[in-house]
Design a protein around this ligand. Structure first.
Ligand SMILES: [Fe+2]
Ligand SMILES: [Fe+2]
Length: 368
């Protein structure tokens, strides 16, 4: 992954693209406006991005780099290591426990990882093609890798070994009367995951036993996947509302729904996590189909969103992504990932850089 990121950095065309973009931008735009439907009209815009649109895309590129970093760690130990997603050699025992949730888990982990890689790579290349600065987080790759057999030993951006996972999305998408955009809150499906720090990958080969401990790690991963991807599901529509350029809107509206596809898949798989108690730390995965759980709020096969209140309680309920409030959406996403423990051990400079990207994205206004 690092190698690929470096190749991207070195791609000589960034400067060339900047020059080319500035040189030909005005020409192609004019041609397009004069002849709607012509090839030029359909071609990629080369006009410079507004600072506001660039700020939104830069923040999204940064988050996609971070997503890629942690998905890569999952793939090295529990996915499929191949030329599409290279790195690592797999942990047989961990992979077997992930497959308790679904036999296809390694494939899905691989495909989600590849998707995130293409998201940040495209966003960065797109930024450059329109005269804006892409995002590079390589200087922050300082966190340790898992010591478990199968993981690469390289510097990481994210920490999957001390996660605090908020699974309240489980009940949020099942509520017919509440919406976080109205200030409502929701109980988590797995309360224990919010009450401590738990690994989503084996930290070392000592984590491969006892059996229920390793299964608890795989279960944690299963719920962590859905937790992250529901975040992306909300973030794209939240930020899209302040995009100005129609092509940038197309970019955001075309990537965002793939996060939804990930979320939907993972919310189905998480429901297959076997109920158990981790004997090493007491973490409980409850039976979500039995009292005091069960029913509309917890039953594991109720993975389609329930309709709920949207915009105004005077309007009919609607099946929607939630939340989608645009105000503070980027800084909210940083808070969400930070609270999850994903950046435990990162430097103050990392946090201030990420905050500056989020603040710029949240200051962006539509039409400016
Ligand atoms: Fe993504
Ligand atoms: Fe994602």
């Amino acid at each position: 992954m690092e190698q690929r990121a470096t190749i991207l950095e070195r791609t000589p065309s960034r400067r060339a693209m900047l020059r080319g973009g500035l040189a030909v931008g005005a020409g192609s735009i004019t041609a397009g406006l004069l002849v709607p439907g012509s090839a030029a009209f359909a071609a990629t815009s080369t006009a410079s991005l507004s600072p506001d649109d660039a700020a939104i895309l830069r923040f999204l590129a940064a988050l996609e780099i971070l997503e890629t970093d942690f998905w890569q760690q999952y793939n090295e130990l529990g996915g499929i290591q191949d030329s599409e997603v290279p790195g690592g050699s797999g942990s047989k025992a961990y992979t077997k426990d992930l497959q308790v949730l679904d036999a296809d888990m390694p494939q899905y982990i691989h495909d989600n990882t590849e998707d995130e890689f293409t998201h940040f790579t495209f966003l960065n290349a797109y930024l450059a093609s329109r005269g804006a600065e892409p995002v590079n987080l390589d200087r922050f790759r300082t966190l340790p890798s898992s010591q478990a057999t199968g993981a690469q030993q390289i510097g990481r951006l994210t920490n999957l070994m001390q996660l605090t996972v908020d699974t309240s999305w489980w009940t949020r998408y099942r509520s017919r009367t509440k919406n976080p955009d109205f200030g409502d809150t929701f109980p988590p499906a797995v309360p224990g995951l919010l009450a401590g720090q738990f690994p989503g990958i084996p930290r070392n080969d000592g984590d491969l036993t006892p059996a229920k401990h390793l299964q608890a790690i795989a279960n944690t991963a299963g719920f962590h996947f859905g937790t992250v991807e529901q975040g992306g599901t909300s973030l794209y529509p939240a930020l899209a509302q302040r995009v100005t350029d129609v092509e940038v809107l197309r970019v955001v509206l075309s990537i965002g729904p793939t996060e939804v596809m990930h979320f939907q898949t993972w919310s189905d798989k998480a429901g297959n996590a076997p109920p158990l108690t981790d004997p090493t730390n007491g973490l409980i995965f409850p039976d979500l189909n039995a009292p005091p759980f069960g029913g509309e709020d917890f039953q594991t096969n109720l993975i389609m969103p329930e309709p709920t209140i949207f915009l105004s309680k005077n309007l009919p309920v609607c099946s929607i992504v939630r939340p989608t409030n645009t105000q503070g959406a980027a800084t909210g996403a940083v808070r969400f990932f930070t609270a999850m423990g994903l950046f435990r051990g990162q430097s103050p400079r990392f946090f201030s850089f990420l905050r500056s990207l989020a603040t710029a994205a949240d200051a962006a206004q539509r039409g400016r």
